[in-house]
Design a protein around this ligand. Structure first.
Ligand SMILES: Nc1ncnc2c1ncn2[C@@H]1O[C@H](COP(=O)(O)OP(=O)(O)OP(=O)(O)O)[C@@H](O)[C@H]1O
Ligand SMILES: [Mg+2]
Length: 228
């Protein structure tokens, strides 16, 4: 069997304040995502979805349990190794787009490549074309609609041809029709590139786009349904 892109075993996360355990955000979560698999993650507010994504990205560290990305244990990689993995192998798409406001669409995408050690202007232009933004490369984020800004964020994620894209409510700040277009775009681009996707979403249409639906309940991931 292929090595899973994501392997999470018995993952716990406690947020502490003044040394006191205040919140147990993850309580023994388990998860595997196969290469090229598109997974939607549902769950109530506060159930631990963003906490899980942050741990997968190596942006925060678990209280206990293990996270492996492409078969490599994040804890063993160390801080520098996690940063390198994030820059070269992972893509991110957020609810509020998180583009740099002083950079154009093209520069936002190119910067992601540059941080991955790849100076490839044509790849940045191609990625923008693949998300339907040809001709708008030199606009600043404030000169683009919300849907267009999220397209830039999708281009920024796919341009690295990452093995995994993590998306946290990527349509949460868009109207339904625009959100559907963005969902379709993200999933289509991931399938085309063989990229795995783990996406937090509340859309009832998730089955239309995902291979598998998971649900986060009180810090534990449960299997919801298979869509295909
Ligand atoms: N930095 C933090 N410090 C303390 N507690 C936190 C921190 N981040 C999250 N929490 C708590 O951990 C729990 C899980 O939060 P998390 O953000 O993972 O939920 P979520 O499922 O993403 O919710 P939402 O759907 O509202 O985004 C919540 O009780 C939250 O208050
Ligand atoms: Mg969240």
């Amino acid at each position: 069997m292929n090595t899973p892109v994501v392997r999470v075993v018995d993952l716990w996360k406690e947020y502490r304040e003044n040394g006191q355990a205040v919140t147990q955000a993850l309580r023994g979560a388990n998860l595997e995502v196969a290469p090229g698999e598109v997974v939607a993650l549902f769950g109530k507010s506060g159930s631990g979805k963003t906490t899980l994504l942050n741990l997968l990205a190596g942006l925060d560290r678990p209280t206990r349990g293990t996270v492996e990305i492409n078969g490599r244990c994040l804890e063993q990689l160390g801080e520098a190794g996690r940063t390198e993995l994030r820059r070269s192998r992972l893509g991110f798409i957020f609810q509020f787009f998180n583009l740099l406001p002083t950079l154009t669409a093209y520069e936002n995408v190119f910067l992601a490549l540059e941080l991955a050690g790849r100076i490839q202007p044509q790849a940045a232009r191609d990625a923008l074309e693949r998300v339907g933004l040809k001709g708008k490369e030199h606009r600043y984020p404030h000169e683009l609609s919300g849907g267009e800004q999220q397209r830039v964020a999708v281009a920024r994620a796919i341009v690295k041809e990452p093995s995994l894209i993590l998306a946290d409510e990527p349509t949460g700040n868009l109207d339904t029709a625009t959100g559907d277009q963005i969902l379709q775009l993200i999933t289509e681009r991931c399938r085309q590139g063989g990229t795995s996707l783990l996406m937090v979403t509340h859309t009832p249409l998730a089955c239309r786009y995902a291979d598998r639906i998971l649900k986060m309940v009180d810090g534990v991931v449960t299997e919801d349904e298979k869509c295909r």
